[in-house]
Design a binder for this molecule. Structure first.
Ligand code: 0WD
Length: 275
């Protein structure tokens, strides 16, 4: 039981397809005690049964990270119900639809501010507000995507947010290292979740990643969950500020591996549609 005796809070479970659900499952299986948050009342109905599944029916709290008072209230509730905690999972992102397709330069300042607030600043704010509860061997984990490092079609505004999130991870890691708090990110391969449904041509992204990753498959929430559990556990006690790829190796590819037939024709059409 790698997580026995560890307590933590997971923000960003929307349903049982969420990446945060996979992380919760892996941590609960290894003995962790987990608090869950929900964004609004309609998601509360989905999160409550999930919390019960992991023995956490008494630890379910509202938290819309765009509302500072809800983050403060979360700290008070966790302190009262659980006391000290050892980990935080930030599995939250949002960008208005206009930022996830079309021409990047047309993005509005309003959409930009919302995406940066919910997808980036919230990591800083949640960590700062919950810090008084964190033990001196604790771990904070957030979720990123390769679109924050390289151009990915339609990822647009969220790519810029993920770039900022990855640097936020590193600056927080340095700042909090003196307090025994580690901060890491997992850069996950594409997974069909609610959030992913908002990204244009997402099904094509899945096909492309499956065809061109070294492992020739897409990653599952269970696989991200297991890697997340490692980063939250003492197994990774010397790891901080890391952007850890859990993407079936896709990020190492500089060019798709192509086979040629006897006429010299590549096995993959350049638009990728024959795979
Ligand atoms: O392919 C993917 N699905 C990948 C996702 C690949 C790599 C990274 N990620 C990231 C996402 O960008 C995000 O940071 O993983 C994280 C979790 O995303 P997910 O598991 O793919 O998506 P989902 O199950 O929808 O959970 C994200 C949740 C929201 O769900 P909805 O669908 O309602 O937007 O983030 C939460 C909400 O529950 N959320 C908020 N929570 C608190 N306050 C807020 C908010 N203001 N906005 C969204």
């Amino acid at each position: 039981m790698i997580m026995k005796g560890k307590k933590g809070v997971i923000l960003g479970v929307a349903n049982n397809k969420s990446i945060a659900y996979g992380i919760a499952k892996a941590c609960a299986e290894q003995g962790a005690e987990i608090a869950f948050t929900y964004l609004n009342d309609s998601l509360k109905k989905r999160v409550e049964p999930i919390a019960s599944e992991f023995g956490s029916a008494d630890y379910v709290y509202p938290c819309d990270v765009s509302k500072p008072e809800e983050i403060k209230a979360l700290k008070e509730s966790i302190e009262k119900d659980m006391g000290q905690i050892d980990f935080i999972v930030h599995s939250i992102a949002f960008a208005p639809k206009e930022g996830l397709s079309g021409r990047f330069m047309d993005v509005s300042k309003e959409a930009f501010d919302i995406a940066m607030d919910i997808s980036v600043y919230s990591l800083i704010e949640v960590t700062r507000e919950l810090k008084p509860l964190l033990s001196d061997k604790s771990s904070v984990l957030t979720l990123s995507y390769y679109g924050g490092v390289k151009y990915i079609p339609n990822y647009n505004l969220m790519g810029v947010a993920k770039a900022a999130l990855e640097m936020t991870t590193k600056y927080l890691a340095e700042d909090l290292g003196q307090d025994g708090i580690r901060v890491n990110a997992i850069s996950a391969g594409p997974i069909k979740t609610l959030a992913a449904a908002g990204i244009g041509d997402f099904r094509f992204m899945l096909k492309w990643n499956e065809a061109h990753s070294p492992l020739k498959k897409n990653v599952t929430t269970d696989e991200v969950g297991n890697s997340g559990m490692y980063l939250l556990s003492d197994l990774s006690s010397a790891v901080t500020g890391e952007i850890h790829y859990v993407d079936c190796g896709y990020n190492i590819m500089g060019m798709p591996a192509v086979e040629f037939d006897e006429k010299g024709k590549p096995s993959i059409a350049w638009n990728g549609t024959d795979k």
